[in-house]
Design a protein around this ligand. Structure first.
Ligand code: ATP
Ligand code: MG
Length: 584
């Protein structure tokens, strides 16, 4: 598997956020051509067809952005169609969650429909096929049928039931519907070509018996259409023009067309076009694998902030606008590739940089005492300093942050034995406290093990607001929270869900490289008072630490959405350097 981050036009590099849009992709080009030639009478109708058997992931966001996006751009319509043809695995809760996730992403279906709305019509069309001698009831079991299908370069074996008389098939099919047979006892198959090079055309199964309760049709049906029988015909009933799906369905296109070609259909025949699935490094985008993570208890649930599900990303603080921008930028390609997760994160960072308020929080607190700070009896004992809410947003103004002589700073921001190039606080050194004063460390208190438990410092009263009359420079600025005003919080830091950039690509079980250190929880964080009033799900920047989302259920819990460092820029720099070296 290769890592590439481009569209058809630019196979090796994806423009960074903020760069110009790539040229029109091959699907949009096709829509433009179709409109120009008057095909479909200039109509554009798409659909997003999830199976309600799990939660949507970011791969689905690509399908949603593509289908809803194209409809919108060309003045067309896009329906949400639940592909509810497998009663055993489908649930109403998934139906609800999928609608909720689509709305969260910012799209509104023109209509919500279900493949099950068409069960009666699909059944009638199946009888029509049987009548034309193009479908037959097969009494063999699934394993036998599968073995007879053969493989590439291997001949298929015709079923002994293939030439059964039309009336017999029709009678058996009606009795299948009436519930006379057990599950697996009979299926309806299309009668196409057992020697076709395309395995999908070797008499595919159109109906199977399932004695399961269906979320919408209840116990009305005991036979259910397969994906291949339901999909194209549902498209046709609805008047879909461009039926867009992922590349694994390429082989199904001939069958899609075969079914439509052999029925008397109203209106134009829809056309299936396939595009590359979205894959991302360090994660998996398959409902089955994601379910395994949930069921094995490796994550807290489908909405765990480490999950690539839309629920997970939402809880993690990903803005929907960033996901939409990412989907737009990666574009639609004809070959599969894997995108760096850092690219997605850079879109998240760009969006949050624009809109997230800045706040101060100390994750691993160390006490700092300012020894020359005014006494408690003084009016000056507690002051308010003015901090900028968002330097990227002129309308975000400032806020007042309480400052006292007893503060929390990060353990990392003080070192007794500073390594080279460490410019933060150490004994005898002066640094700036963000929006506050200059301080110089003078002394420490250590515990029995020699760990620093308290730092003593003096401050320069002339340095209020972060500069001094003599223009003295310091090499670093650190953040802080007043101890008396701090709000306690819990913070989750996240690392990659899988240690391997391509989990399972070599055929191994991806779960084997699940990252056991993908979450680190810090329970003793100290937050500035303004953080007591965040709204659930709000994302703020903790200065110098990254972007953090308040939990949807507990506002004192924060999830790190992304760090501040632009790792995507580094990846691009490295790639450019390697390119140059190769060019030498
Ligand atoms: P999974 O493999 O995760 O179970 P799926 O394809 O079975 O996904 P569906 O509910 O059938 O899930 O998908 C609905 C639509 O979303 C389909 O058109 C499918 O092609 C598309 N889709 C699913 N995964 C991706 C992906 N990774 N990238 C782009 N489109 C996707
Ligand atoms: Mg599917």
């Amino acid at each position: 598997m290769t890592t590439s981050s481009g569209t058809d036009e630019t196979p090796t590099s994806t423009p960074a956020p903020g760069r110009p849009e790539p040229a029109v992709d091959f699907i949009r080009a096709k829509v433009i051509d179709d409109n120009a030639s008057g095909r479909f009478g200039g109509r554009v109708q798409t659909r997003f067809p999830p199976e309600p058997n799990g939660f949507l992931h970011i791969g689905h966001a690509k399908a949603i952005g593509t289908n809803f996006g194209i409809a919108e751009e060309f003045g067309g319509t896009c329906k949400l169609r639940f592909d509810d043809t497998n009663p055993e695995t489908e649930e109403q809760s998934y139906v609800d969650a999928i609608q909720d996730d689509i709305a969260w992403l910012g799209y509104e279906p023109d209509e919500v429909v279900y493949a099950s709305d068409y069960f009666e019509q699909l059944y009638a069309w199946a009888e029509e096929l049987i009548g034309k001698g193009l479908a037959y009831v097969d009494d063999q079991d699934a394993d036998t049928i599968s073995a007879q299908r053969g493989g590439f370069g291997q001949p298929g074996v015709e079923s002994p039931y293939r030439d059964r008389p039309v009336e017999e098939s029709l009678d058996l099919f009606r009795r299948m519907r009436a519930g006379e047979f057990a599950e697996g006892q009979r299926v309806l198959r299309a009668r196409i070509d057992m020697q076709s090079e395309n395995m999908q055309l070797r008499d595919p199964i159109l109906y199977r018996i399932r004695r399961a309760h269906h979320v919408r049709t209840g116990d009305t049906w005991t036979i259910y259409p397969t994906y291949d029988w339901a999909h194209g015909q549902s498209d046709a009933v609805e008047g879909v023009t461009h039926s867009l799906c992922t590349l694994e369905f390429s082989d199904h296109r001939a069958l899609y067309d075969w079914c439509l070609d052999h029925l008397d259909l109203p209106g134009d025949q829809p056309e299936q076009t396939e595009y590359a699935r979205l894959s991302l490094t360090h994660t998996v985008l398959s409902k089955r694998k994601l379910r395994q993570l949930v069921e094995e208890g490796l994550v807290d649930g489908w909405d765990d902030p480490r999950m690539p599900t839309l629920r997970g990303l939402r809880r993690r603080g990903y803005p929907p606008a960033a996901i939409r921008a990412f989907v737009d930028r990666i574009g639609l390609a004809r070959t599969n590739s894997v995108h760096d997760i850092e690219l997605l994160e850079s879109f998240v960072r760009t969006e949050l940089n624009r809109c997230a308020p800045r706040r101060m929080a100390v994750l691993r607190p160390l006490k700092l005492i300012i020894t020359n700070w005014p006494e408690p009896s003084s009016d000056e004992h507690e002051v308010l300093v003015e901090a900028v809410n968002n330097p990227e947003d002129a309308t975000a103004s400032t806020r007042q942050v309480p400052f006292t002589g007893e503060l929390w700073i990060e353990q990392d921001d003080f070192k007794l034995d500073p390594p080279p190039k460490y410019y933060r606080l150490t004994l005898g050194r002066e640094v700036r406290l963000r929006a506050g004063f200059y301080i110089t460390a003078t002394d420490v208190v250590t515990d029995d093990a020699g760990n620093v438990v308290e730092v003593h410092a003096t401050y320069d009263p002339e340095s209020a607001g972060g500069s001094t009359p003599d223009g003295r420079k310091v090499r670093s600025t650190i953040h802080w929270v007043s101890a008396a005003h701090a709000v306690d919080g819990t913070v989750h830091l996240y690392d990659r869900l899988f240690t391997d950039p391509h989990p399972g690509a070599d055929g191994s079980d991806p779960i084997a490289c699940f990252n056991p250190r993908s979450r680190e929880t810090l329970t003793g964080a100290k937050l500035e008072p303004a953080l007591a009033t965040v709204t659930p799900g709000q994302v703020v920047q903790f200065e110098r630490l990254g972007y953090f989302a308040s939990d949807l259920d507990d506002r004192r819990v924060f999830h790190r959405t992304v760090g501040l460092r632009d790792e995507w820029a580094n990846i691009q720099k490295r790639a450019a350097k390697q390119g140059k070296q190769r060019g030498r």
